[in-house]
Write a new protein. Structure first.
Length: 249
């Protein structure tokens, strides 16, 4: 593993025929969305088993909304793509990035302009009625009484993956396929501690792909499979990598 070598990272991206990215909460921190783990992380304030497990939602949807989801709606409503998201969109526009696999549910990669985004943990942009399966965009929900209810009386749930639920099969299958096909993977702002998402870089590495990791701190991947570690915030590092590629033409 080599550190902060932008030239080598750019070489990898230049010679790669297919590059994908795996992103996590860290890429959205500069958009005002707190991460899950570490200092200021959501799981420091909220117990994930109490507020992010499907059994808790089914048992106490009102409490999960009052304590956790109402605030999440407000935070996500205000969030705009930052330079990290925009840098990944630039890489796609330059023909250097094909797909973003994201663990985030905030829709910011699409808002930044990436056209092929796999939402590994689903999305918070939509809700579905648990009784009649009617779907509404989150901004259309009536939140005057919690939990939000459908016209049929059923309770809405966000279309994101709760703990205790399966990864959407299409997202899992496509991500695994891309990991096997890619020559390089950018791993941005993830603690790589939640499976099966954390396996994607290892799958790519096992078939010969190069791993470029962008994070404020080292992760379990860094000394195991990372080829180039670029330390710093995604909003600074990704644009710097884009500039390094642009000067090469
Ligand atoms: P985590 O909160 O576990 O990790 C965030 C990572 O981002 C850490 O490694 C930080 O060092 C790094 N980081 C923080 N700020 C950064 C910045 N500005 N630039 C670059 N890196 C930064 O988030 P995830 O790895 O995404 O799952 O967590 C994975 C899953 O755990 C989430 O999708 C969620 C959660 O429980 C579900 O809800 C199912």
């Amino acid at each position: 593993m080599i550190k902060n070598d932008y030239s080598t990272a750019a070489d990898i991206l230049t010679s790669s025929r297919k590059t994908i990215a795996l992103t996590g909460a860290g890429i959205s921190v500069e958009s005002g969305i707190p991460p899950f783990r570490g200092k200021g992380g959501m799981w420091e304030i909220y117990d994930p088993f109490e507020f992010a497990h499907i059994d808790s939602y089914l048992r106490q949807p009102e409490k999960v909304w009052q304590v956790f989801l109402s605030e999440l709606v407000n935070t996500l409503n205000q969030a705009k793509p930052n330079n990290g998201h925009k840098g990944l969109a630039d890489l796609e526009a330059m023909g250097r990035l094909s797909t973003v696999v994201t663990q985030n549910v905030d829709g910011l990669h699409q808002a930044a302009g990436n056209s092929d985004v796999i939402e590994f943990h689903g999305t918070f942009a939509w809700h579905q009625c648990m009784s009649c399966q009617n779907r509404l965009e989150t901004h259309e929900l009536d939140l005057s009484a919690l939990p939000p209810r459908c016209g049929c009386g059923g309770i809405f749930r966000p279309e994101c993956v709760f703990f205790g639920e399966m990864i959407p099969p299409d997202a899992l299958e496509r991500s695994n396929q891309l990991a096997i096909q890619c020559d390089a993977i950018l791993v941005v702002g993830t603690s790589a501690s939640v499976q099966p998402a954390a396996m994607i870089p290892g799958i790519a590495k096992s078939v010969g792909a190069k791993v470029i990791e962008i994070n404020l701190e080292e992760t379990p991947l860094t000394h195991r499979i990372t080829d180039v570690f670029l330390g710093g915030s995604a909003g600074e590092v990704v644009p710097r990598l884009v500039s390094e590629l642009k000067v090469r033409g």
